[in-house]
Design a protein around this ligand. Structure first.
Ligand code: NAP
Ligand code: HSE
Length: 428
C-alpha cells in the first residue's frame, strides 16, 4: 500500500482552517482519487489556544513554522501565513532545504521571491505550487500551465481583486461614493490588513505578475507592473461610463508586444455587455487568449475559506498523485528576465473635464487635444452645474504619451475647472 501523504500546515486562519476541514471531511474522496491517504501531521499558528472552529486535537503543534516545515513526519509544507518575507519565506526556504514539497497561497511572497524559490525547489527535485495564490477558487494556474500548454499565449486579462470589484459595483448600484463603499467593505471584513494592497491594486498586481510569468515564459516581474488603484474613481465616472455603455473595472492586462512585456493593473472602461463588464461583487474573472484556443473565460470566487482551500487542495492532490510540475510551467532556471514594454499598446480613452461655461471653452479644450495628436471620437456635455458643466470625450486610439501631453495641455487651459480625469478603454 502507498504511504500516506503527510501535511504540515502553517497558518490556521481563513485558508488554513478551510484546508483542515477539507482534509477531515473528504478523507475518503482524497484517498480514492490519489490512491493514498492525505493526512495532517502538524500545524502551526501564532496563538495556540484560539478557538478556530476545527478539530486540531490529533495533530502535533509547533509554535515555530520553521520547526514545522522541517519535521520528519511532514512531506508537504503548506504555507498559509502570508507576508512576502518574515516567517513565510523563512519556513518555505527551510522546508525546501529539508527536502519537502511546498504548497502556498502567498502571492505577495511569490511575486517578490518566486523566481529564487522556484529555482531552489527545482534544483533539489522538490515542487513549489501556488494555485490558491491567484484568483482564489478559480483553477487558473492549472488552466494556463496544463490546459493551454500547447498554446502561444497572446493575452491574459482579469479582474483579480474581489474587494475592488465589490466597491466598484456597489458604487454603481447604490450611487454612493468611494469612501462610503470602502467603509462598507471594511465592515464586511473584505479588506486586507493593509487595505492599500487591495484598493491600490498591489494584490491584483502580484497575481497578474505570476500569471504573466507562466504565460510568457519570463521571470516574475512585479516591479514592472504599471499599478494604479481605484481610489480616484468618482461616482460621476461610474455613472457616465454606464451612460456610454461601459463599466469600470480594476483590470489587469499582460501581453507580449514587440517592445517587451506589458503588464498593467489599472481602472479601465470595458463594454458593459462583455463578460468582464457583467462581473458583479467580489467575484473574479480571468480571460486567457491563445493562438489555438482563441479565448477562454474563467469566472468564480476569488477569495474565502472554501474556494481558496479548494485551490490549495488541488496542488496537494497533484503531489499525492505524483504529478510534479515546474512552478511556472517550465523549468525556472530557463525563464528569461522580462524586458518591460515602456509604454502601453494604444487605446481609446475616456476623458472627463469640468468646463467653465463661456464662449470658446470647448474649442480651447479640443485644441489642446488636437495639438497633442489626440483625435476625438465622441463628446457629450451634461447639465450645467453653474458656473461649470461636465464634458466628456471618448478619444480614438492614442498612445499614453500623447494622452498625457493632452491632459497637461487641458489642465493649463483657463477654461478647465480642476484636474481632468482620463481612464483607458480596454478592448476585451
Ligand atoms: P489569516 O486569516 O490572517 O491567517 C493567517 C494565519 O497565519 C493565522 O492563523 C496566524 O496565526 C498565522 N500566522 C501569522 N503569522 C504567523 C507566524 N509568525 N507564525 C505562525 N503562524 C502565523 O490569513 P488568510 O486569509 O488565511 O491568508 C493566508 C494566505 O492565503 C495569505 O498568503 C493570503 O494572501 C492567501 N490568500 C488568502 C485568501 C483569502 O480569501 N483569505 C485568498 C487567496 C489567498 P493566528 O491565527 O494565531 O493569528
Ligand atoms: N484581498 C483579495 C481580494 C483576496 O479582495 O480579492 C485574496 O486574494
Amino acid at each position: 500500500m502507498t504511504d500516506p501523504l503527510r501535511l504540515g500546515i502553517a497558518g490556521l486562519g481563513t485558508v488554513g482552517t478551510g484546508v483542515v476541514k477539507i482534509v477531515q471531511r473528504q478523507a475518503a474522496l482524497l484517498q480514492a482519487r490519489s490512491g493514498r491517504a492525505v493526512q495532517i501531521s502538524a500545524v502551526s499558528a501564532r496563538t495556540r489556544d484560539k478557538d478556530r472552529g476545527v478539530r486540531l486535537g490529533g495533530y502535533a503543534w509547533e509554535d515555530d513554522p520553521v520547526a514545522l516545515a522541517t519535521r520528519d513526519d511532514v512531506d508537504v509544507f503548506v504555507e498559509l501565513m502570508g507576508g512576502s518575507d518574515g516567517p513565510a519565506k523563512a519556513a518555505t526556504e527551510a522546508a525546501l532545504a529539508a527536502g519537502k514539497d511546498v504548497v502556498t497561497a502567498n502571492k505577495a511572497m511569490l511575486a517578490v521571491h518566486g523566481q529564487a524559490l522556484a529555482e531552489t525547489a527545482e534544483a533539489a527535485g522538490q515542487v513549489l505550487r501556488f494555485e490558491a495564490a491567484v484568483a482564489g477558487g478559480i483553477p487558473v494556474v492549472k488552466a494556463l500551465t496544463e490546459g493551454l500548454a500547447g498554446n502561444e499565449i497572446t493575452r491574459v486579462m482579469g479582474v483579480m481583486n474581489g474587494t475592488c470589484n465589490y466597491i466598484l459595483t456597489r458604487m454603481e448600484a447604490t450611487g454612493q461614493g468611494y469612501n462610503a463603499l470602502f467603509e462598507e467593505a471594511d465592515k464586511l471584513g473584505y479588506l486586507e490588513a493593509d487595505p492599500n494592497l487591495d484598493v491600490g491594486g498591489i494584490d491584483a498586481g502580484h497575481k497578474l505578475a505570476l500569471l504573466a510569468s507562466i504565460a510568457f515564459g519570463t521571470q516574475v516581474s512585479f516591479d514592472n507592473v504599471q499599478l494604479e488603484g481605484i481610489q480616484r474613481i468618482e461616482i460621476a465616472d461610474i455613472e457616465q461610463a454606464r451612460d456610454m455603455g461601459y463599466r469600470i473595472k480594476l483590470l489587469g492586462v499582460a501581453q507580449m508586444t514587440g517592445r517587451g512585456l506589458e503588464q498593467r493593473m489599472q481602472p479601465c472602461l470595458v463594454p458593459a455587455d462583455s463578460p468582464l463588464g457583467q462581473l458583479e461583487g467580489g467575484t473574479n474573472m480571468v480571460v486567457l487568449e491563445g493562438d489555438s484556443v482563441e479565448q477562454i473565460v474563467l469566472r468564480g470566487p476569488g477569495a474565502g475559506e472554501g474556494p481558496t482551500a479548494s485551490a490549495v487542495m488541488s496542488d496537494v492532490m497533484d503531489i499525492a498523485r505524483g504529478i510534479r510540475l515546474a512552478t511556472f510551467g517550465q523549468p525556472a532556471a530557463g525563464l528569461q528576465p522580462a524586458t518591460p514594454a515602456n509604454s502601453a499598446v494604444p487605446a481609446p480613452y475616456y476623458i472627463r473635464t469640468q468646463l467653465f461655461d463661456k464662449p470658446g471653452a470647448l474649442a480651447k479644450v479640443a485644441t489642446a487635444l488636437g495639438e497633442s495628436g489626440v483625435s476625438i471620437d465622441r463628446m457629450r456635455q451634461y447639465g450645467h452645474d453653474e458656473p461649470t458643466a461636465p464634458v466628456l470625450f471618448v478619444t480614438h486610439k492614442t498612445t499614453k504619451e500623447a494622452l498625457d501631453a493632452a491632459m497637461d495641455g487641458m489642465a493649463q487651459c483657463d477654461v478647465v475647472d480642476g484636474t481632468p480625469v482620463a481612464i483607458r478603454i480596454e478592448a476585451v
